[in-house]
Design a protein around this ligand. Structure first.
Ligand code: UT7
Length: 334
């Protein structure tokens, strides 16, 4: 029997109904559609409305969609891993809540916190359970309600983010399909470039933290942009070199959707044409841990068995990485 790899055998998603347009944003802060489009490539983003619902609400719906599509019984799921920076609560974990709401009663569940690289970190972790032979069916879900931590009076951050969840199912494969390799990095010295200051143990919520607006995303957008361009390209090129892959060998780059200019720069460094880049930032914005599985969902029909994909991300922390995936099944258009 060949080596066991973790194949992605299905994808599911949930996008909230409400669509926040650039025109609506331009009535909230001093911005306009032309600036947002030319600087980010974002036209619209989805926002989760409603009292008392958080990331687990979206994550559970993405998992239910995944289970419906694949016909897998929720009771067969062994592990649920949720990547998120907007958990419903500090504890219990959002993965735990998602597993319960989606009926995965036999699974153990937990969260991974790696900001925009969360899905890659969680996918690598999930793959290990399959490779070790200890789990047969693992769900990795990225879920973020970014609107809960965005300051809608700050024009430098509020156009960028949206809410969504998307999930993949991992199962064992012995023909070499699935997660072939993964390179992950973190550098905590980037903590002050992109962070949410309060609400944790360093600055627990208080009148002062609320008055100072410390419960929303803060960043040095320019520094993050520069670091994202170099780190995301470097790690993607490193993955190509490690596996002797040329541009023509790659079917798609599946990049984290933070800014269209970062995606374009990464693709150029990899020698890929624009049409080999999965892109949905125009409609969804940056949904943090959900961007990469959302792309897989949207392009699923075009993916064929054996296609080489490079998943790549950069985000808060800093965290960054790339994963080489050999796609395991034919989409409708193959
Ligand atoms: O997912 C995690 C990773 N995230 C990222 O990698 C995102 C990283 N950062 C970025 O994508 C970009 O830095 C931004 C899109 C946030 C900003 O783009 P930029 O080209 O770096 O613009 P900037 O911050 O240098 O601002 C240029 C100008 C400034 O005006 P002045 O000082 O030149 O007069 C800003 O005040 O644009 C102004 N500006 C805006 N104008 C209209 C900033 N935000 C806006 C806005 N509308 N929304």
């Amino acid at each position: 029997m060949g080596k066991i790899t973790a194949a992605i055998t299905g994808v599911g998603q949930y996008l909230p109904e409400y669509i926040l347009t650039n025109d609506e944003l331009s009535r909230m802060v001093d911005t306009n559609d032309e600036w947002i489009m030319s600087h980010t490539g974002i036209k619209t983003r989805h926002i989760l409305k409603g009292e008392g619902i958080g990331s687990s609400y979206m994550g559970a719906r993405a998992v239910i969609n995944l289970l419906d599509k694949t016909g897998v019984d929720p009771m067969e799921i062994d592990v649920v891993i949720c990547a998120t920076v907007t958990p419903d609560m500090f504890f219990p974990s959002t993965g735990n809540l998602i597993a319960d709401q989606a009926g995965c009663k036999n699974a153990f569940a937990f969260d991974v916190s790696a900001a925009c690289s969360g899905f890659l970190f969680a996918l690598t972790t999930g793959a290990k359970f399959i490779e070790a032979g200890t789990s047969k069916k693992v769900i990795v879900v990225g879920a973020d309600k970014m609107s809960s931590i965005v300051d809608y009076t700050d024009r430098s951050t509020c156009p960028l983010f949206g809410d969504a969840a998307a999930a993949v199912l991992l199962e064992a494969n012995t023909e070499g399909f699935g997660v072939v390799d993964s390179i992950l990095h973190s550098d905590g010295s980037g903590e002050m470039q992109l962070y949410m200051k309060a609400g944790g143990s360093r600055y627990p919520a208080s009148v002062e933290t609320v008055q100072n607006n410390w419960h929303t995303i803060m960043w040095d957008g320019h520094a993050v942009f520069k670091a994202a361009v170099s780190k995301m390209s470097d790690v993607s090129v490193e993955m190509m070199e490690r596996h002797n892959l040329k541009g023509e060998d790659i079917r798609f780059l599946v990049p984290h959707q933070a800014n269209l200019r970062i995606i374009d720069a990464t693709a150029r460094r990899m020698g890929l044409d624009h049409d080999k880049c999965m892109i949905n930032i125009d409609r969804n914005g940056n949904t943090t841990a959900a961007t990469i599985p959302l792309c897989l969902y949207e392009y699923e029909a075009a993916l064929c068995k054996g296609d080489n994909l490079i998943l790549a991300s950069f985000g808060g922390g800093y965290t960054w990485g790339s994963i080489y995936v050999k796609w395991a099944y034919d989409g409708e258009n193959c």
